[in-house]
Design a protein around this ligand. Structure first.
Ligand code: AP5
Ligand code: MG
Ligand code: ZN
Length: 215
């Protein structure tokens, strides 16, 4: 299965990507996580993108495409992958098409998670992430069993630097301008599946699984 998840910040891409990766036994590739890891390790890539991430602006297409082509070429992607947060511009989608064509692959499905702006802001400002394993929680919707501690590994839960309300609003504007045009791009290709992201996480999961099997 080769699937793309598209949606504004807070739509639940990461939450669903994690469930789908376990269900289909394929890797989840999250561009945001790859960049955040590079930032925390202070690699040359991390130093280049840190300011953009903190502002909530997009990393340039050439950098994203280079990174993703390398990642998608790894052996664990042989049986498929879930792309979470990529592509995010028409330029990236065209680059992905070219790469898929070169290696003889096709996307199975592009899932658009639909949520309102207010829901997105509420979800993101309450989000907490494990500093060790990256598992995601929400103060009200998905609280950890023990406050401030990850259920999976016991790591401490932190807030992402770009999750304060002002930056979230900017990320939503960037989504409308740069990423929303991808919906028409994939609709034309007959790949787009719209899913109501306002339901409970498990209901969203069931809808994605069902919609991805329909050709
Ligand atoms: P990225 O990390 O991808 O952030 P994003 O797109 O803004 O999305 P989020 O991770 O904030 O939200 P999500 O949809 O994953 O929601 P989640 O499941 O966590 O990108 C970060 C930055 O990296 C970008 O701003 C950019 O700078 C750069 N970047 C990344 N990719 C790039 C690219 N391709 N090109 C250029 N730059 C790029 O859920 C949110 C919260 O809601 C959680 O707390 C969760 O517990 C809760 N929740 C989830 N589902 C539900 C539900 N159904 N009901 C109730 N609560 C829920
Ligand atoms: Mg995410
Ligand atoms: Zn953890």
């Amino acid at each position: 299965m080769k699937i793309v998840l598209i949606g504004p910040p807070g739509a639940g891409k990461g939450t669903q990507a994690e469930k789908l990766a376990v269900h289909w036994k394929i890797p989840r590739i999250t561009t945001g996580d790859l960049f955040r890891q590079a930032v925390s390790e202070k690699t040359p890539l991390g130093l280049k993108v840190q300011g953009l991430l903190e502002k909530g602006s997009l990393v340039p297409d050439e950098i994203v495409l280079g990174l993703m082509e390398e990642r998608m070429s790894k052996p664990d992607c042989k049986t498929g992958f879930i792309l979470d947060g990529f592509p995010r511009t028409v330029g990236q989608a065209e680059g992905l098409e070219k790469w898929l064509g070169r290696v003889g692959l096709k996307l199975d499905s592009v899932v658009a998670l639909e949520v309102s702006k207010e829901e997105a802001v509420g979800r993101i400002t309450g989000r907490r992430q494990c500093a060790s394993c990256g598992n995601t929680y929400h103060l009200h919707f998905q609280p950890p069993k023990q406050e401030g501690r990850c259920d999976v590994c016991g790591g401490s839960l932190v807030q992402r630097k770009d999750d304060e309300e002002k930056t979230v609003r900017h990320r939503l504007e960037v989504y409308d301008k740069e990423t929303a045009p991808l919906l028409a791009f994939y609709q034309k290709k007959g790949l787009l599946k719209k899913v109501n992201g306002l339901q409970k996480p498990n209901a969203v999961f069931e809808e994605i699984k069902a919609s991805s099997l329909i050709k």
